[in-house]
Design a protein around this ligand. Sequence first.
Ligand SMILES: O=C(O)CCC(=O)C(=O)O
Ligand SMILES: [Fe+2]
Length: 262
Amino acid sequence: MKDILDLDRYPLDREGSVEWNRLVGQSSAALEADGMFNLEAFLKPGVAEQAVREIKPVMDTQSHVHKRMHNIYFKPSIPELAPDHPALRKVETVSHTVCADQIPGSTVMAIYEYEPLVRFLAATMGKAKLHVMEDPLARTNVMAYRAGEALNWHFDRSEFTTTLLLQQAQRGGDLEYRTDLRSDDNPNYEGVARLLEGRDPDARILRMKPGTLNVFRGKNTAHRVTTVKGERERMIAVFSYYEKPGVMFSEEERVGFYGRAA
Ligand SMILES: O=C(O)CCC(=O)C(=O)O
Ligand SMILES: [Fe+2]
């Protein structure tokens, strides 16, 4: 792993050491304050490019194209909102997905399963333990966005999302987010409508560099990936970890997300 991850700068392999504790402390403080943390240059030089070379042939020929209109909730309706409420405005998402089962033995899968990473992430989130997902398709997804494509506004279903940016678009393809747009007790539908109309002054854009590990708390922070411009596709690995071991998607979920059950 020392050839893949910068373990000098990010000492994941020295659990319990002063440096490890410092990194965990900084990361959880950033999660608390900003709803995210970034480990820039988490990958050693050249590794993001190598990971892209491994995945690109699969991405070009076997990825699942996901194109759909949805609202920010990914739900057909919200009981307390009229169907034409501006918080339910529809947006379009287009992406290309490669699943874990299509890239066995890849650099990306080795990073996903690296135990010290799983333990580090649990510590930053204040959880006793995290587990890799059992689902052979969903455990890791590599998403590509090409010119004109975007992951549109949404709230995440999971508490945290962990991503590793492999390749950045020439322009666009940035993470845009509006911190704490809603809370567990206040859905703030008027604020959601304002954001969707492009009138929220508190929306921020984060331009990540390839090789950055990002951990993001997206349940109440609305976010999107802005439309990609230029020839180079944005490519990002999305890692799923759970507090419970053995988590699987249902067959319906796999078909819905990936167009196949197995
Ligand atoms: O691609 C990204 O940077 C964000 C991904 C994301 O929001 C998600 O997977 O829910
Ligand atoms: Fe998300």
